[in-house]
Write a protein that binds this ligand. Structure first.
Ligand SMILES: Cc1ncc(COP(=O)(O)O)c(C=O)c1O
Length: 355
């Protein structure tokens, strides 16, 4: 393409430059132990399969409810807020994109502590806004400097990925108080923690909570997440989202899943119990593993390089996540599987470490 005789790429310069987000590997083979993308090892609620089997052709023929009221109402009840406090999203990632588009541009930066979810810097580059990365300390405490960056949007992943640490509600409240911009608390993994920051929405008009149906509700394949915030913020975010960002099938399925709180509690408790056991077993094998409030753990072997363990696990058809990034390239992120999957992982690790 040429403009005024000057040769230009088809894409905006920032798009040309960005590498793009690299999702975790999705093996085609189903006969593997897949502990690399933090999916829930248990199936979704039986209520989900019932709703799916009953979807009418008429529902498919028509456009969906643009704001997914069926889900909004169910989610409002579960979270003790009003439907006006909820916006449905095509996965939590959709909300992150919407928030970057809504609040950030060349003169309105985004800030977040690092290391964290590796999608944030990619979204900043796509939006062509400056990303202010404030390092966590070794214990993953909230960095004080985060409160004074003057960013239009500050994102804190809580529990944090990829280590599972949790920042207290009081600390998050103080941060919301100090910030002049928006505080988006990414609670994609909060279903496996003992507390959450939803209550802050009542008190602070600059707080947005991100929730995902991919992890605690086993619906990663359907793509559904939601925002919780004060009605004015929700109304503003709604202007930015695609008109039909959630489809009719997803709304019905996600509503069925969130209504079945009994099943949700049972399965998330099972994951939490399995996490405790996995951490203990890994520590017995001389891995350093910090406590995790999520459905994954970050493990560092004292005796063997992470990349070597990663490759040898793949030979045994076991997939975990390796990040070739500073501060993470000596560690493995391992999603918590079923008891049986975790046992197979531990047996494989014992073999690898004794080779
Ligand atoms: C920290 C974090 N936030 C948000 C998401 C988005 O999840 P989803 O788009 O599947 O709801 C993920 C997905 O892995 C994540 O790890």
């Amino acid at each position: 393409m040429t403009f005024l005789g000057i040769s230009m790429g088809y894409f905006r310069e920032n798009i040309e430059k960005v590498k793009g987000y690299e999702p975790g590997f999705q093996p085609k083979d189903t006969d593997v132990i897949k502990l690399n993308t933090n999916e829930n090892p248990y199936p979704p609620s039986p209520a989900v399969m019932k709703v799916l089997s009953e979807i009418s052709v008429e529902r498919l023929r028509r456009y969906p409810d643009p704001i997914g009221n069926e889900f909004r109402q169910a989610a409002a009840e579960v979270n003790n807020v009003q439907p006006e406090n909820i916006m449905c999203c095509n996965g939590g990632d959709d909300l992150l994109t919407i928030a970057c588009r809504a609040f950030c541009d060349e003169s309105r930066p985004v800030a977040y502590p690092v290391p964290t979810y590796s999608l944030y810097p990619v979204l900043a580059k796509l939006q062509n806004c400056n990303a202010i990365e404030v390092p966590f300390d070794d214990e993953f405490n909230l960095p004080a400097r985060l409160a004074s960056t003057d960013a239009a949007l500050t994102i804190v992943c809580n529990p944090n990925a990829p280590n599972g640490s949790f920042i207290s509600i009081d600390e998050m409240a103080s941060l919301a108080d100090e910030l002049s911009g928006i505080l988006l608390i990414d609670e994609a993994y909060v279903d496996f923690a003992e507390a959450n920051c939803t209550g802050l929405v009542k008190e602070y008009d600059n707080v947005i909570i991100l929730r995902s149906m991919s992890k605690g509700y086993s619906l990663a394949g359907i793509r559904f997440g939601y925002a919780i915030a004060q009605p004015d913020l929700i109304a503003g975010l709604m202007k930015v989202k695609d008109s039909y960002n959630v489809d009719a099938v997803a709304v019905a399925v996600a509503a069925a899943a969130i209504k079945d709180q009994k099943y949700f509690s049972e399965t998330t408790e099972r994951v939490k119990k399995a996490r405790g056991l996995l951490v203990a077993q890994l520590r017995d094998l001389e891995f350093e593993v910090p406590e995790s409030c999520a459905n994954f753990v970050l493990a560092q072997s004292k005796n063997c390089k992470a990349i070597k363990i990663y490759d040898k696990l793949i030979e045994r058809r076991i997939y975990v996540r390796y990040f070739n990034l500073p501060g993470l390239n000596d560690k493995l992120r391992i999603s918590v599987g079923t008891g049986e999957q975790n046992d197979k992982l531990i047996s494989a690790l014992k073999e690898i470490l004794s080779e």
